[in-house]
Ligand binder design. Structure first.
Ligand code: ATP
Ligand code: MG
Length: 571
C-alpha cells in the first residue's frame, strides 16, 4: 500500500541528513539504509512525530532501504496497549508501511539484559545502592563535577550477584540500580555513570510480570538500534548530549551486529499549539478537549478527524524540511497544504450554515425543477449533479442586509443577485417578527435568467449560494478555531502556564444548518467544499446518514495572516 503513497524523493534541495546518507552509500559504507521510527507508547503521536515519520520512512523509501516501526516500551508505568494501537494506526494512515518490521524494545529485553551482564563482566558497569536523593547529590551540577559513589568499587563478582538478585526480585523498588562506569567528573552529565537498569515492579503490557527490572531509554535504545542493524539513528536535538553515551555503549559492546550512527535534527514546533505528549495528555485528562483525536489538537488522530488528508501532512513535512535550527512553523503553512490538496480532491456542494428563508413569490407553489451543477469546476470527470430548486430557499443570513454597507453586492432591499446555478432574483420586501428581526425575505425571480440557458447572461454584481427548503438536509456543523490565543503558549510568558492561554472560542457548534440533498449520503470521513464557505468533513465518529455532523477542515482563504503579522515568529 505504501509504495504509491510514500512521498517522492526531494530531488534538488537535499537536506543534510539525506546528504550524509547519500555520501555513505556512495562511499560503500552501507549497502542498504536502515532507519527506524521509535515512539514511546505513552500517548498519541503529534505533528512533530509526523515530521520524524516522514523523515525516517522517507529516507528508507528513497534509497530502497528499510524502516522499522519500533515501540520503545521500556517504562510500563506510563505505557498502554491502547497507545500502541493508536500509533500503528496513525503511521499507516500517514501512508507508510513497515512490512515485517514492527518491533518493540521489549522484544529485546533478554538481549539488553545480556549486554548489561557483559558490561559488568568487563568492569564497565556496577550496582549502586545509593538512594535517589544521595545519587543526585553525588552527581554534581553543571558547574561542579560529581563524586564517585562508595559502591563504585564493588567487585565484578559482587556486581553480577547483585544484578542477578535484582532480576530475581530479591530487592525492593529503588533499592539498587545498575550504572555504567564512565566518568563522574565528565563535563557531560550524561556520562556521569548513567543509570542503565532500575527495579520497577510493574506489569508490562507485553511481557507481563516476567521482568521487575527495566532498562533505561538510553541503554535500550542504542542496543535496539544495533540489533536491528540501523544505519542512521535519526533523532531530535535534545539527544545531542546523549550521543557520547550512545557511542560509548557501542564501543563497550563490540559483539553487537551493527554500529549505528546517531544524527540529530531540530524538532518541529508549530505556532498557536503545543506539541508535547505531556501537555497533550493533560488537555485530554482534564477534559479541556474531547479526547486525543479532538480536531483542535495537533495529534495525528486529531488532524485526521479534522479532515486533513495524509498527503497534505506529508507535503507539509517536506516543505518544513530538515535542519538543525529551531524555529516556529506557522499554522498557515500547514493549512495551505491542506487547502491545496482539498482544492483538487474535494467535490463541491452547497450548504447554508446560518439559514435565512427566501420566498420567491412569483414561483409556482409546489413546482420543483432540477438545475445542473458541476461537482468540481476543473475536473469534468467528477461529473454533475441535479440540484432541486423551488419556491422556498435557504440563504446565509449574512448574504442579506436590510441596511447594506457600501459596496454590498449580495441581497438587499430592491437589489438583485444571482443564485448560483439558477436565476436572478430581486428582493421585494422583508418579513419581521415581533422583535423586528428579519425572518423571511420575499423576492421575485426572473424566469429568463436561468444559468446555462441561451440569452440568460444578464449580469448582476453578486452571486450567492442557496439550498431548496423543501429538500434540505438538516445538520450540525462544528467550526474550529485555534486552541490557544498566543503563538507560543508554552513559552512561560509572564510566568503563565500554557493552559492559561486557551482560546475559549476554539469550538463553535452550529445546529440547524441546511445542506443540499446530495450530502444526505455523504460517507463518514468524506471531505467536501461547501461553496464559498470552506472545506468540511463528515465527522468520522459522530456523522450518520440520518444525522449529519460536519467539521470545518479549513476556510477557503488564509485566516492566519492577520494574527501572524501581529505576532511574528519568535514572539
Ligand atoms: P514529546 O517530547 O512530545 O513528549 P517524545 O520525544 O517523548 O515526544 P517519542 O515517542 O520519544 O516522543 O518520540 C519518537 C520520535 O519522534 C523520537 O525520535 C523523537 O525525536 C521524535 N519527535 C518527537 N517530537 C518531535 C518533534 N516535535 N519534531 C520532530 N520529531 C519529534
Ligand atoms: Mg522522547
Amino acid at each position: 500500500m505504501a509504495d504509491e503513497a510514500t512521498p517522492a524523493a526531494p530531488a534538488p534541495g537535499r537536506d543534510f541528513i539525506r546528504q550524509i546518507v547519500a555520501d555513505d552509500l556512495a562511499a560503500g559504507r552501507h549497502r542498504v539504509i536502515v532507519t527506524r521510527f521509535p515512539p514511546e507508547p505513552n500517548g498519541f503521536l503529534h505533528v512533530g512525530h509526523a515530521k520524524s515519520i516522514c523523515l525516517n520512512f522517507g529516507v528508507a523509501a528513497e534509497t530502497g532501504g528499510q524502516c522499522y516501526l519500533r515501540l520503545d516500551d521500556t517504562n510500563p508505568l506510563k505505557e498502554d496497549q491502547a497507545y500502541v494501537d493508536a500509533i500503528i494506526d496513525c503511521v499507516r494512515w500517514l501512508g507508510f508501511d513497515w512490512g515485517e518490521r514492527l518491533t518493540h524494545a521489549s522484544d529485546y529485553f533478554e538481549r539488553i539484559h545480556d549486554c548489561a551482564v557483559q558490561l559488568i563482566e568487563a568492569g564497565k558497569a556496577y550496582v549502586d545502592s545509593l538512594d535517589a536523593d544521595r545519587m543526585r547529590e553525588y552527581r554534581g551540577t553543571l558547574t561542579e563535577p560529581g563524586r564517585d559513589s562508595p559502591f563504585r568499587s564493588r567487585s565484578v563478582a559482587e556486581n553480577l550477584e547483585l544484578f542477578a538478585g535484582m532480576r530475581a526480585g530479591r530487592y525492593a523498588d529503588g533499592e539498587h540500580v545498575l550504572r555504567a562506569k564512565i566518568d563522574m567528573a565528565s563535563p557531560n552529565i550524561n556520562l556521569r555513570d548513567p543509570v542503565l537498569y532500575r527495579i520497577r515492579r510493574a506489569t508490562h503490557q507485553r511481557t507481563g510480570d516476567a521482568w521487575c527490572i527495566y532498562p533505561m531509554y538510553d541503554f535500550a535504545h542504542v542496543i535496539s538500534d544495533a540489533l536491528e542493524g540501523i544505519t542512521h539513528s535519526l533523532c531530535t536535538l535534545e539527544f545531542e548530549d546523549h550521543r557520547p553515551l550512545y557511542d560509548w555503549i557501542l564501543d563497550q559492546l563490540p559483539g553487537l551486529p551493527a554500529r549505528p550512527r546517531q544524527i540529530e535534527f531540530s524538532r518541529l514546533n508549530l505556532a498557536f499549539t503545543v506539541t508535547s505528549k505531556r501537555k497533550l495528555a493533560e488537555l485530554v485528562d482534564r477534559r479541556i478537549v474531547a479526547g486525543w483525536d479532538d480536531p483542535r489538537l495537533p495529534t495525528i488522530a486529531g488532524m485526521r478527524r479534522r479532515g486533513y488528508p495524509p498527503a497534505a501532512l506529508r507535503d507539509f513535512c517536506q516543505r518544513v524540511g530538515i535542519t538543525k535550527k529551531e524555529h516556529l512553523i506557522q499554522m498557515s503553512l500547514l493549512e495551505n497544504c491542506v487547502r491545496e490538496d482539498l482544492n483538487t480532491t474535494a467535490p463541491r456542494a452547497a450548504a447554508v450554515l446560518r439559514p435565512l428563508k427566501v420566498v420567491l413569490t412569483n414561483y409556482p407553489e409546489g413546482q420543483v425543477e432540477h438545475l445542473t451543477a458541476a461537482n468540481h469546476p476543473d475536473r469534468p470527470e467528477l461529473g454533475e449533479r441535479a440540484v432541486p430548486f423551488g419556491r422556498e430557499l435557504w440563504i446565509e443570513q449574512d448574504d442579506f442586509a436590510e441596511v447594506p454597507p457600501p459596496k454590498f453586492h449580495r441581497l438587499k432591499p430592491g437589489g438583485e443577485v444571482r443564485l448560483r446555478y439558477g436565476y436572478i432574483i430581486k428582493c421585494e420586501r422583508v418579513v419581521k417578527d415581533a422583535d423586528g428581526h428579519v425572518t423571511e425575505v420575499h423576492c421575485t425571480y426572473d424566469p429568463e435568467t436561468r444559468s446555462g440557458l441561451p440569452g440568460a447572461d444578464r449580469k448582476v454584481k453578486g452571486t450567492i449560494h442557496w439550498v431548496s427548503a423543501a429538500h434540505a438536509v438538516t445538520a450540525d456543523v462544528r467550526l474550529y478555531d485555534r486552541l490557544f490565543t498566543v503563538p507560543r503558549p508554552d513559552a512561560g510568558t509572564d510566568g503563565r502556564e500554557y493552559r492559561e492561554f486557551l482560546n475559549p472560542a476554539s469550538l463553535e457548534t452550529l445546529t440547524g444548518c441546511r445542506l443540499e440533498p446530495a450530502l444526505a449520503t455523504a460517507a463518514a470521513g468524506s471531505t467536501w467544499q461547501f461553496e464559498r464557505l470552506g472545506y468540511f468533513v463528515a465527522d468520522r465518529e459522530d456523522h450518520a446518514p440520518g444525522r449529519p455532523v460536519f467539521n470545518r477542515v479549513v476556510t477557503l482563504r488564509d485566516s492566519w495572516a492577520r494574527l501572524e503579522e501581529a505576532a511574528p515568529p519568535g514572539a
